[in-house]
Write a protein that binds this ligand. Structure first.
Ligand code: 4NP
Length: 156
């Protein structure tokens, strides 16, 4: 079993979107029995909340349902459980590195490391922006999800 944790600040926009997109990709390829997927936030503002309505609407236009997801905060134990801890931006990386046991720090990576063809290195925070921000987030996530799955397949 390979375990993937997507991380952003609030766990209501970017990381649940990544969880939803990657979950669909994994299910479509029949790999849901070997890849476990979750998401969490570095901060606790939205613990217990569903994904942002704008994020859910944008995802649903691409056939992705994430209405079952619930916000939670990253936990110390996550660094032992997950094989990949994938941050949306450098600020998330900073907070994760502060929390992680030193022997697990190597698991923390930028999600867009798996989309090297893109010039962007971070998935930008769409929370205070307009709807187009959510579309851009999904474009980036879809590309990185393909790269991530290819990387995981080399380990299966
Ligand atoms: P996310 O977006 O990190 O992609 O879930 C945000 C959600 C909430 C806030 C910031 C970013 N906030 O400040 O409440």
């Amino acid at each position: 079993m390979i375990k993937v944790l997507f991380v952003c600040l609030g766990n209501i926009c970017r990381s649940p979107s990544a969880e939803g997109v990657f979950r669909k990709l994994v299910e479509d390829q029949g790999l849901h029995d070997v890849i476990e997927i979750d998401s969490a936030g570095t901060h606790a503002y939205h613990v217990g909340s569903p994904p942002d309505t704008r994020a859910q609407e944008a995802a649903s236009r691409r056939g992705i349902d994430m209405s079952d997801l619930v916000g939670r905060r990253v936990d110390h134990g996550d660094f032992y459980i997950f094989d990949y801890v994938l941050a949306m931006d450098e600020s998330n990386i900073y907070h994760l590195q502060e929390m992680a046991p030193v022997e697990e720090v190597h698991k923390i990576k930028l999600f867009l490391d798996f989309a090297p063809q893109r010039s962007e290195r971070e998935v930008p925070d769409p929370y205070y922006g307009g709807h187009s921000g959510f579309e851009h987030v999904l474009d980036l996530i879809e590309e990185a999800s393909e790269g991530l799955l290819a990387d995981i397949k080399t380990r299966l």
